[in-house]
Design a protein around this ligand. Structure first.
Ligand SMILES: [Fe+2]
Length: 387
């Protein structure tokens, strides 16, 4: 009988067309009139920002825009955003985009009022206080950052991914409008969707999980596995897009009061070194980490296979675990996610560095099966050779 806590103080507004309610929602929060929109160039080019900016200005908000960020956002970019925050005397940050925009928005809301670098906070030299209100509007179904307390940032100088983590980094409002995800290209739909699935799996299985996270994770797995192949093939399918946004939300709520684990530790190392899209990096390691973990946690992993409908209730745990690995491999293959060997930049001589970064990752102790540098190296080699 473990003790546990579960937190989420984010107001969640989910539904088709909810983005149009953003001005009214912001007014109801009484967060001031100077808004910094944080987005990425792709979302701006897709035309999602202009109508929202216009509607906010028409409602009386003073709006500035920061969109100079990479797909794996860097500390230097957060500092540039914090400068704009201060130049415009910003009251609140509204991040509209995928995980990169939302995580950058969170970092700007921290660095703008308080100064310093992301590393200062991660290493305890500065305190997480006086953070500007954060509002998130996801335009991809994957990260769940709209309801989590974390922000993953790459240190440009070291390629290390660091995680800002504090309850005050949870957005006060998440506006989820599936219409904003209709134009996401298939490759991004697949990669971000697999990221969401990994959040549910790792949030459910990690050592610091709890029954609330597990309930959310189980539902997220079921939803994502049925909706993602449809959203990938037919991006305009509103039902599949709705389900994916809901699935990624549930997965975010699952790991947000628990943790991620070894898949993310390897994926973040890869992303920091090669700028690999986060969901792709997760996908290439997922079956191999599951195979490693399931050896000692068979019944839990058998349950995962049943939630995802890869196995039947009547299957033995051993049969269900085998179906889990095969099912996940077939699932990511159908989404045409490349193998580790085929990813740009990946070199075997970097494996010791990837292992070192993974071991240093704060989520390594959360993996359900204790995992060492040797284990990480074996998983990497298996993923690379495809065995
Ligand atoms: Fe993730």
């Amino acid at each position: 009988m473990n003790s546990y806590g579960y937190f989420c103080n984010t107001r969640i507004e989910m539904g088709i067309g909810t983005a149009k309610q953003l001005p009214d929602l912001l007014q109801s929060l009484q967060i001031g009139s100077s808004i910094l929109l944080v987005s990425d160039p792709g979302v701006v080019r897709a035309g999602l920002i202009a109508p929202i900016q216009t509607s906010l200005e028409a409602a009386g908000f003073r709006v500035s825009l920061f969109d100079s960020l990479s797909q794996n956002p860097r500390d230097t970019e957060c500092l540039a955003g914090a400068k704009i925050f201060n130049e415009n005397k910003v009251d609140a940050v509204v991040a509209i985009g995928g995980g990169s925009a939302m995580d950058t928005g969170k970092a700007i809301a921290l660095l703008g009022p308080n100064g310093g670098t992301p590393t200062d906070y991660v290493e305890g030299r500065r305190a997480y206080t006086n953070i500007a209100p954060i509002i998130c509007v996801p335009t991809t179904a994957g990260t769940g950052s709209e309801v989590t307390r974390s922000s993953v940032i790459t240190e440009e100088a070291t390629h290390r991914k660091i995680t800002l983590k504090h309850a005050s980094l949870r957005p006060i409002l998440a506006v989820l409008d599936p219409e904003l995800t209709l134009t996401v290209p298939p490759f991004v739909t697949a990669a971000t969707g697999v990221d969401a699935l990994v959040h549910a799996i790792e949030g459910y299985t990690c050592r610091v999980t709890n029954p609330i996270s597990q309930a959310l994770g189980a539902r997220a797995m079921e939803t994502i596995v049925s909706a993602l192949p449809i959203a990938y093939r037919d991006g305009q399918n509103q039902k599949a897009r709705y389900d994916m946004l809901e699935g990624s939300l549930l997965a975010g709520l699952c790991f947000g009061s628990a943790d991620v684990a070894a898949v993310h530790c390897l994926a973040e190392a890869l992303g920091g070194l090669y700028d690999t899209p986060h969901g792709v990096a997760n996908a290439v390691f997922l079956p191999h980490v599951l195979r490693f973990n399931a050896v000692v946690n068979r019944s839990m992993h058998a349950d995962l296979a049943r939630y995802m409908k890869f196995a039947k209730d009547s299957d033995t745990d051993q049969a269900a675990v085998e179906k889990l690995i095969v099912g996940i491999e077939a699932f990511t293959k159908a989404l045409e996610i490349p193998n580790l060997k085929d990813l740009p930049g990946v070199r075997e001589e970097d494996f010791p560095k990837i292992v070192e970064l993974a071991v240093q990752n704060g989520s390594t102790p959360s993996n359900v099966r204790p995992i060492t540098a040797t284990d990480y190296l074996q998983i990497l080699e298996r993923a690379y050779l495809g065995v």
